[in-house]
Design a protein around this ligand. Structure first.
Ligand code: AMP
Length: 303
């Protein structure tokens, strides 16, 4: 069974295609939404009393998400994040991050979740991510995400977390910030020296590279026209959701399985970016996912 913890946020987004105010977001929300199309997923998260009712309705509309680990903290404020995309939507500036309950005591992992085997630690404070691992002794694989904020303000906690996980998913600029190396393969290798068995370095619209102790693999992004890219927020989390959910349904964690799972992550991310908030990934269904996967396979044929 797959489990995720991370942020559940209220996002404000500005970009070349328009703006959206106070939409449902957060790393764990995007992950769970994308993953739930492929496999059931357990969510452990924390919001404040200000969490909008329609955000709960949105999360509940994904049938595969078990929300019994979602806590509303009395007196707490929900995580809020604002971002602005440049004309080139690979570039994003964070306008504000209000951590709110993310700085509080983390939510408890329900006892019924303790048998989870596939664990994803979506973006959050690395000490919170590490704490979650202690509650999941039956894990077969633990993968974490991280981002610039945590590399900058919680570097030592992050380095310690990396000694405890099997894999890490991060984007190219974050890999460079963490390792001081621009080349993604070399940066990936440096990350493996810090502990994990594999690193997936994402390169926005240019796809992703898997650097694993057993080999290296590359995957293109799903080629999207302008009209299909409204808001890239959550693309990384949705990628991770598709990837981990595919591993969970395969029941495997070897190099070939991880390589195969990259395609499912790519396809799920391509739904997320088509609208603000969770609307894009909400619109996906079994038929549209299968259709996009077959288009993607055809695009990547080699030999
Ligand atoms: P992505 O576009 O995949 O990097 O994910 C963006 C999502 O992550 C947004 O919905 C934000 O609410 C959330 N987010 C932004 N900054 C952070 C952070 N420092 N820690 C955890 N989640 C974050």
């Amino acid at each position: 069974m797959l489990i995720v913890t991370g942020t559940i946020g209220i996002d404000t987004i500005h970009g070349p295609t328009g703006s959206a105010d106070a939409v449902m977001g957060g790393s764990a929300a995007y992950f769970a939404a994308a993953a739930s199309h492929l496999a059931p997923v357990r969510l452990v998260g924390l919001v404040g009393e200000d969490w909008p009712a329609d955000h709960r309705t949105m999360l509940e509309s994904f049938p595969g998400i078990d929300l019994s680990g979602l806590e509303v903290r009395a007196g707490g404020e929900t995580f809020r994040w604002g971002g602005r995309y440049e004309e080139n939507m690979n570039n994003r500036e964070t306008l504000f991050t209000h951590l709110g309950v993310v700085e509080d005591t983390p939510p408890a992992v329900p006892e019924a979740f303790a048998d989870s085997r596939f664990v994803f630690l979506a973006n959050s404070h690395p000490a919170v991510q590490a704490g979650m691992l202690e509650a999941l002794p039956n894990r077969e694989i633990a993968v974490c995400d991280t981002m610039d904020l945590w590399i900058n303000i919680a570097h030592d906690d992050l380095v310690s977390l990396l000694t405890k996980v099997d894999g890490v998913v991060l984007n190219d600029s974050e890999a460079e910030l963490l390792t001081g190396t621009r080349n993604v393969i070399t940066a990936g290798r440096k990350i493996l020296e810090m502990g994990p068995t594999f690193a997936v370095v994402k390169k926005g619209e240019h796809g992703a590279i898997l650097v694993h102790r057993d080999g290296v693999a590359a995957i293109p992004a799903f080629p999207a026209e302008d009209a299909a890219v409204i808001d890239p927020t959550g693309a990384g989390d949705s990628f991770a959701g598709g990837m981990m959910a595919h591993l969970a349904r395969l029941g495997r964690t070897d190099f070939e399985a991880i390589q195969e799972s990259l395609a499912w992550g790519t396809v799920m991310a391509s739904f997320t970016i088509a609208a603000f908030g969770l609307d894009g990934v909400r619109a996906a269904d079994e038929a549209s996912i299968a259709e996009r996967m077959s288009q993607f396979k055809a695009i990547g044929r080699i030999g």
